[in-house]
Design a protein around this ligand. Structure first.
Ligand SMILES: *[C@@H]1O[C@H](CO)[C@@H](O)[C@H](O)[C@H]1NC(C)=O
Ligand SMILES: *[C@@H]1O[C@H](CO)[C@@H](O)[C@H](O)[C@H]1NC(C)=O
Ligand SMILES: *[C@@H]1O[C@H](CO)[C@@H](O)[C@H](O)[C@H]1NC(C)=O
Ligand SMILES: *[C@@H]1O[C@H](CO)[C@@H](O)[C@H](O)[C@H]1NC(C)=O
Ligand SMILES: *[C@@H]1O[C@H](CO)[C@@H](O)[C@H](O)[C@H]1NC(C)=O
Ligand SMILES: *[C@@H]1O[C@H](CO)[C@@H](O)[C@H](O)[C@H]1NC(C)=O
Ligand SMILES: *[C@@H]1O[C@H](CO)[C@@H](O)[C@H](O)[C@H]1NC(C)=O
Ligand SMILES: *[C@@H]1O[C@H](CO)[C@@H](O)[C@H](O)[C@H]1NC(C)=O
Ligand SMILES: *[C@@H]1O[C@H](CO)[C@@H](O)[C@H](O)[C@H]1NC(C)=O
Length: 568
């Protein structure tokens, strides 16, 4: 009885905060169920014009989305009255064509569907990023004046006017098409590779003249005549604290503290490459408490055929992309790529982990390669992949969109379970006419089937996180915390609690994306449909680097709205 009252009070206090996100579910209640023939899920058009191409996209813990493009694309959809340096933008022909008289970054507020302009002062073209443990976005590199820049975006509440800030520090090498990962060590980020750069480095530097470190693996995987095929390498942190690096077709386990390759994994099969400009994608599959988070498996999907980049550029031929995916366990001592096929060829796609533990493959094309205007045959249907089903039954084809999302598009998961889809611009200027794939500024959400109203009765609602006394800022590694939620009917036997690290998405790679299935110690169903679960936080920063995660209650495959939880 006492507990019930306590719960009610706590939950009443949170209703205001929940209101806006709940309203998103309200929208989808109107979504009609679709027949299997059409493929599952729905598409929503959110905005006709984001103004800037969402070449890069990331969700902040204030439930806003940072989007940005390169800064040298000329006129975007948002003209400025003043440049970043304060000088006025006139109607002269020069100023009308001057990139610096236009915004190239926006912040999108999910709940009111509105944009706010942000200011970038150096070029972020093909750059990378990671959230730090306090929720600040650290963003690195780009092109020319941006190649060695470090920028910070500290998200803020509605009335503040936070914006990009250039850090006083800079990178040791140019980082254009490099990858970025937050390490288990407190707020240390590794930046790997880049165009013609075969090194990695850390931010912040640990000693004053710390530079970059050679990584011969990047040399060995570089395919000069094909635009590299090892740019934007895939990075995942293994639960044993080692770094998994995948480039082109090869991968290593790397001890970054000792600058030492621990092992070389077998080469992934398939007649093509997986990294930029071949632009396949990769996830680390959900880590699970049932094996103490000790087992990690990566998955790599799609990419371009051998020679696809030069065929597109030199002959205007668009070779069919790769259909194959490989899965390999990167922990333990037995490593083998287990191969399977997607329903079709695919590259330039985003691969997202959903709260259910399934993998969504969305955006991209069937033919060609990454790079300006090098791809054809948009992949309009997302694929859903169920890692646990038997081989041959894991993929399903979902509802297709009408909007092509080619090179320089991106997709991220939102706290309400939808997937935000934006961008595409295979041209180095904004071009809307007389091209195969015009610059795309429409913003869409893909609404997975699990959000359909037919599932509402199974959906846990009013999810509230209760931190222990004195730890009101978050949960400690291995610590206990409680989650209460409401469910009108008895929870299924398969209630799961997942924690999701939101990625920095660009160029088909979702840097820092991670999903954990947390241990539930007890689950008690109280009066009136309230359920209280006692959960255990992940055991260590190697399993879950410190930061903001989305906590979701998943009842028999139907997710709640997610709530932010900070792992300290
Ligand atoms: C859950 O929250 C919604 C809106 O925040 C509120 O209307 C509803 O009454 C709550 N449910 C319960 C069972 O308290
Ligand atoms: C987008 O534009 C179309 C055509 O002008 C219009 O019908 C639609 O309402 C607009 N949608 C949004 C979300 O603004
Ligand atoms: C401001 O930026 C513009 C465009 O980059 C440049 O031409 C101009 O010289 C700058 N002015 C000042 C005062 O820095
Ligand atoms: C987070 O940490 C970074 C790096 O130490 C710092 O620059 C930033 O201001 C901090 N942000 C917040 C919200 O405290
Ligand atoms: C987003 O919009 C909502 C509704 O207008 C507002 O309450 C909230 O403060 C906004 N959030 C941010 C971070 O701007
Ligand atoms: C935010 O701005 C709104 C409208 O200007 C105002 O009513 C509200 O009090 C402000 N909130 C805070 C916390 O400053
Ligand atoms: C897959 O299997 C694991 C281990 O049996 C289980 O914990 C997990 O819930 C399953 N995942 C899905 C998506 O069904
Ligand atoms: C790509 O589109 C062309 C023209 O519509 C078509 O002939 C070809 O079969 C398509 N290729 C694939 C792999 O879908
Ligand atoms: C979590 O729930 C348990 C069991 O009801 C209780 O003993 C504990 O104090 C709660 N902890 C927090 C942090 O709310």
């Amino acid at each position: 009885m006492a507990r019930g009252n306590h719960l009610l009070i706590v939950i009443n206090c949170t209703i205001a905060a929940l209101f806006f996100t709940l309203h998103c579910i309200g929208c989808t209640a109107a979504v009609r169920g679709s027949s299997d023939r059409d493929g599952k899920g729905q598409w929503q058009l959110l905005l006709n014009n984001t103004g800037v191409v969402a070449m890069h996209m990331a969700l902040t813990h204030h439930n806003t989305v940072i989007m940005f493009d390169q800064t040298e694309a000329g006129p975007s959809g948002h003209r400025l009255r003043r440049r970043y340096n304060g000088t006025r933008c006139t109607d002269s022909r020069n100023d009308l064509a001057d990139s610096s008289c236009y915004a190239h970054s926006v912040e999108y507020n999910i709940s009111d569907n509105k944009l706010r302009l942000l200011g970038l002062s150096t070029d972020t073209w093909c750059s990378s990023g990671s959230f730090l443990s306090n929720g600040t976005l650290l963003q690195t590199g780009g092109h020319e004046n941006g190649a060695r820049r470090i920028r910070l975006f500290r998200p803020c509440g509605g009335n503040d006017t936070c914006d990009w800030k250039e850090s006083g520090q800079s990178l040791a090498n140019d980082r254009w098409y490099a990858s970025n990962l937050l390490l288990p060590d407190e707020d240390r980020v590794i930046v790997v590779g880049g165009r013609r750069i075969f090194t990695y480095e850390f931010i912040p530097k640990q000693y004053s003249n710390e530079g970059s470190f050679d990584l011969p693996f990047l040399h060995n995987t570089y395919e000069r005549s094909e635009g590299g095929n090892n740019l934007y390498p895939f990075l995942h942190i293994c639960p044993n604290g080692r770094l998994f690096i995948f480039a082109n077709r090869d991968s290593i386990l790397f001890n970054y503290r000792e600058n030492r390759v621990v092992k070389h994994f077998p080469r992934i099969p398939g007649d093509g490459s997986r990294n930029y400009p071949s632009s396949g994608s990769s996830v680390i599959l959900p880590l699970d408490h049932t094996n103490s988070f000790e087992r990690a498996e990566v998955m790599v999907c799609g990419g371009a055929a051998n020679g696809a980049y030069s065929a597109a550029r030199e002959q205007g031929m668009f070779l069919k992309g790769l259909s194959s995916c490989g899965r390999m366990v990167i922990t333990g001592n037995r490593h083998k790529w287990n191969m399977e096929n997607m329903p079709g060829p695919r590259l330039l796609s985003d691969m997202l982990l959903l709260p259910t533990g399934d993998v969504l493959i969305i955006n991209g094309a069937k033919c060609g390669s990454g790079g300006w205007n090098n791809a054809r045959n948009a992949s309009l249907e997302p694929y859903l992949y169920h890692p646990n089903k038997t081989l041959g039954r894991r993929f399903s084809v979902l509802k297709s969109t009408r909007i092509a999302r080619m090179y320089h598009s991106s997709a991220i998961l939102l706290p309400d379970g939808r997937v935000l889809v934006a961008g595409s611009n295979p041209h180095n200027r904004y071009r809307f006419n007389n091209v195969a794939y015009p610059t795309e500024l429409r913003l869409q959400a893909f609404v997975p089937d699990y959000m359909g109203s037919q599932h509402h009765q199974f959906r846990p609602s009013n999810v509230t996180i209760h931190y222990g006394h004195g730890d009101s800022n978050g949960v400690w590694y291995g610590g206990e915390f409680n989650v209460s939620f409401w469910l009108g009917r008895k929870p299924s036997n398969a209630v799961e609690f997942t924690a999701y690290a939101p990625p920095f998405a660009t160029h088909s790679i979702s840097m820092n994306q991670r999903l954990l299935r947390l241990r539930c110690k007890t689950l008690v169903r109280g009066k009136g449909g309230w359920v209280l679960a006692v959960l255990e936080a992940p055991p260590s920063p190697s399993v879950a680097p410190s930061g903001y995660y989305l906590l979701t209650v998943v009842n028999g495959g139907i997710p709640s709205l997610s709530q932010w939880i900070r792992i300290l």
